[in-house]
Structures are given as C-alpha cells and as structure tokens.
Design a protein. Structure first.
Length: 343
C-alpha cells in the first residue's frame, strides 16, 4: 500500500469519516470508522498530516491523535465549506477537509490543552449562570409590575422587590402569587451565590498569573477580561499585529467592497462572543466616566466630540484589544499616555 500523506477526518458522535490521499493527490482510503476504531486506525498509521474541523470535540481528538506523532491541524468550519463539492455528506466533508488542510494560505486553530479547556469551561459556566439570573430577574420584575409594583433595572432593585415579595403583611400581593414569586427570589439568590463563588475562583487564579496581572494594568481590563483572554488567546504570536487580534474578536467593521468602492458596515461580531462583549462593557465604563468629567485619553476626548456614544465605546474596545496583544507579545505593563481633563 502506498504511503498516506494527508488524511481528512470528519468528526461525529458515533460514526467518523476519513479521506486519505498520497503526495500525488490519489485517494488511498475512503471509509467510515466507529468511535472505538478511530484511535486504532491512527495508531497504526505512519506519521502524516491530519486535518479536522474545529468543533466541540476537536481539541480532544487532536491531542489524542497528535500523541501518535501525526501533524494534526484544526481548520475553522467556514474555511472548509468552500471545498465541499455538490451535496453535503460525511464523505464529501472529509474530502473537503483533506483538500483544505493542504492549502498554503489556510489559517488554523491552535490546539488547546485540557487545562485551557477547563479554564474556558469555568468562564462559560459563569456566563450561563449570569444569563439564567438575568432571565429570572426580568421575569420576576415583570410579574411584580403586573401587580403595580415598579422598580428600576439592575440587580440592586431586585433586592428591594425581593423584600416586598417576602413581606406577608403587604396586601398588595395575593398569597398564590407570593408563593410563586418567592420561588423565583430563591432561584435568583442561588444563582447569585454561584456566580460570586466562580468570581472569587477566577480572581484568585488571575492574581497568581503574572500575565493576568500585567493585563489588568490596562484601563477597562479587570480579572474577568484577563481570565477570558488567557483562556481564548492561546497563541498571540499567531497574529501579525494587534489589528489582527481585534479583527479576530470581531471589533472591526464588516466590509463589502466591489468595483473599487469600499463599503464598511457594523462590526463583524466574529470570534469569541464572550470576550468581545466584555471588552465593549469595559470600554463603555471608561466612556461613561469620561462623560462625567474624569481625565481621559486625548484621542478619546476628540472622538467623543464627533461620534456617537456606542461607536466610541466600540472604538475604545478595539484599542484595548490591540493593547492586550502588545502586552502579550512584547511583555511589560501598560503605560498611561497623555490625558486631558474634560469639562
């Protein structure tokens, strides 16, 4: 049998598909494998290049297969789509992956270690709990408003509403409604306790990380953003500059240009949604303080005079992302540039 040079592996839950070729591009193997057969197949295979799509289980399989000496490369699924011929099948996907992994200009996804995946799971779990708490809080506030009890937005007002829901001498809330509302209050408090527990764990990990402490010297970057950067940006040297990192996060305009005419739209919102959201929230807090007369960067002061609030916040988030790249690649801490006082 001829030597296999490249293998495209289409991952699945139970049935996997492989497409193997030699150096000349001739198809040598094209078959389906059960989950229990995947590692045995690659264990017997001489070292070669393996291409897989970046998906939920891709990092696990990449680590396991790379342990046999293979050169495993993960490709973003959107980059593989262009190489799928005619109808989509598992065999067509495996062939497309095999074709895409050999392209000289292809971009690949760094393989995460189990520890990096664990750090990401902590952040994703916190994000899930925060969203569940927001959902329960909004429903609780809406039910109270149906009874004529109104409160401002934010978690601070939830505490006041919770006290009213538990006040049995208050005749404004029927007993049947009070029982249901107390269940919601208990759920909100449980979720808050769990979020705070994860926050303490994240802060402790960042304080013990030298890179995380350096990132927190950047205005607008706190423990949560620093931890998210450490969990999602495994190879900052893979980006040519901070502009590439900002574009990867999705903080640059979406382009649609043709005929020499450049058209810029809203931000692309590509990349990691959680990191992008945190950066915009951190930038928004800085802009809000600047509007209250706090000293701020000279370029930011000029931008606020010309552009809307949200656009300024996104522009600042883009700049924070580029600063993060500079500290990750070049080291050191943030040095505050020239600032001006607002009136």
């Amino acid at each position: 049998m001829e030597k296999i040079a490249t293998v495209g592996l289409d991952l699945a839950k139970s049935i996997f598909q492989i497409h193997a070729i030699n150096d000349s591009g001739d198809i040598l193997v094209r078959r389906a494998l059960r989950r229990s057969q995947v590692l045995d197949f690659f264990r017997k295979l001489p070292p070669c290049r393996i291409g897989i799509e970046a998906c939920a289980s891709a990092h696990h399989w990449a680590r396991e297969i790379a342990a046999f000496g293979h050169d495993v490369r993960m490709i973003p699924p959107i980059y593989v789509k262009a190489y799928v011929k005619r109808n989509k099948t598992d065999a067509a996907d495996a062939a497309a992956i095999c074709e895409a992994v050999n392209r000289p200009t292809m971009s690949f996804v760094p393989i995460k270690t189990a520890e990096q995946q664990a750090a990401g799971m902590v952040l994703k779990t916190r994000d899930l709990l925060v969203r569940q708490r927001s959902q329960a809080s909004n429903a609780f506030r809406a039910h109270m408003s149906e009874l004529g009890i109104i409160a401002a937005t934010g978690m601070a007002s939830i505490a006041k509403l919770s006290a009213m829901a538990r006040e049995r001498d208050d005749g404004a809330i029927p007993d049947a409604a009070r029982q249901a509302l107390q269940e919601m209050v208990d759920q909100i408090e449980i979720l808050t306790e769990r979020v705070e527990r994860l926050d303490r764990a994240i802060q402790a990990n960042v304080k013990n990380d030298d890179v995380g402490k350096r990132l927190m010297t950047i205005p607008g970057v706190g423990p949560l953003i620093a931890a998210t950067v450490r969990a999602t940006v495994q190879n900052p040297q893979g980006f040519k500059s901070g502009r590439y990192l900002a574009a990867w996060i999705g903080l640059t305009p979406r382009t649609h240009s043709s005929g020499g005419k450049e058209r810029l739209g809203a931000i692309s919102k590509r990349g990691n949604r959680q990191l992008r959201t945190l950066l915009i929230v951190g930038a928004t807090s800085i802009v809000k303080f600047a509007k209250r007369g706090v000293k701020m960067l000279a370029w930011l002061a000029g931008l606020m005079l010309r552009k809307p609030f949200k656009l300024v916040a996104v522009a600042l988030a883009n700049k924070i992302a580029r600063t993060i790249w500079a500290l990750l690649v070049k080291g050191g801490t943030y040095k505050r540039p020239f600032v001006v006082a607002t009136t």
